[in-house]
Ligand binder design. Structure first.
Ligand SMILES: *[C@@H]1O[C@H](CO)[C@@H](O)[C@H](O)[C@H]1NC(C)=O
Ligand SMILES: *[C@@H]1O[C@H](CO)[C@@H](O)[C@H](O)[C@H]1NC(C)=O
Ligand SMILES: *[C@@H]1O[C@H](CO)[C@@H](O)[C@H](O)[C@H]1NC(C)=O
Length: 218
């Protein structure tokens, strides 16, 4: 995922801001779900609950998190990722696919439907913009936060989570940390680094990131 950033330079005594494109560490969850971590480890996990993809590892309780929801769709053998919740400072936005094709729903931390204009919603710490993704020819929703965690969602089964590069090791979850070391991405909530990506090991790792009580409500 790319982000415009600015670098200030001094030319002939004038300070000028020059835009450049900054690569943001990005984690992808899609389908029934296939995961790719910030440091590019791929694995599959098809639990049918909500799971923490990324969470603030510095503060307790965490200042922010992104959790993803997997649900069985009729006729499917595996659960698919159908939505997610972004939480910042105790406020949250939940986005979910609706029952009808193309329909999406947004809720706040009190499970109240968010009223929004067609293409924009601005909460205190979380903003949503709807736009057309020209490369894919489909709508997409950009969820941005004041803490540097962003989500791009196609309104269907694909979620991309990105963070500021400087947040590198300060995050945990199923996306791993973004320290350019793929060997420590599969780390349990308890802090154990798992070196194998065999399915039983991945399942055990992922289950430690299950959101408490989420299995009952999905
Ligand atoms: C990520 O890993 C895949 C193999 O799983 C590889 O093909 C790809 O080049 C890697 N991408 C980066 C940016 O390292
Ligand atoms: C995940 O599932 C896909 C499709 O079923 C498969 O192609 C891929 O190899 C699997 N990846 C891993 C890491 O097992
Ligand atoms: C990871 O590698 C990228 C590209 O080389 C670099 O820009 C970034 O600063 C590195 N991140 C960390 C945490 O070392």
């Amino acid at each position: 995922m790319r982000n415009f950033a600015f670098i200030a330079v001094i030319l002939f005594g004038l300070t000028v801001a020059i835009p450049f494109i900054e690569e943001r560490p990005t984690c992808v969850v899609k389908g029934d779900p296939h995961h790719t971590t910030f440091d590019n480890v791929s694995y599959n996990f098809s639990g049918h609950c909500a799971y923490t993809m990324v969470e603030d590892a510095v503060h307790n309780p965490p200042l922010f998190s992104v959790t993803a929801e997997n649900m069985f769709q009729s006729g499917e053998k595996n659960a698919r990722v159908v939505g997610f919740t972004v939480t910042v400072n105790g406020r949250s936005l939940t986005a979910r696919m609706g029952k009808n094709p193309g329909e999406v729903m947004f809720e706040d931390e009190n499970n109240l439907k968010i009223q929004h204009s067609d293409d924009f919603w601005e909460g205190s710490d979380i903003h949503v913009i709807k736009e057309t993704d020209d490369t894919r020819g489909e709508d997409r929703y950009l969820i941005t936060t004041l803490v540097g965690v962003d989500v791009v969602w196609n309104g269907k089964y694909r979620i991309e989570i990105s963070i500021e590069p400087s947040m590198g090791s300060a995050v945990v979850g199923m996306c791993g940390s973004a320290n350019n070391d793929s060997k420590d991405d599969i780390k349990t909530r308890g802090g154990d680094v798992i070196s194998s990506v065999d399915q039983p090991d991945i399942d055990n790792f992922a289950n430690t990131w299950e959101v408490t009580n989420s299995c009952n409500t999905l």
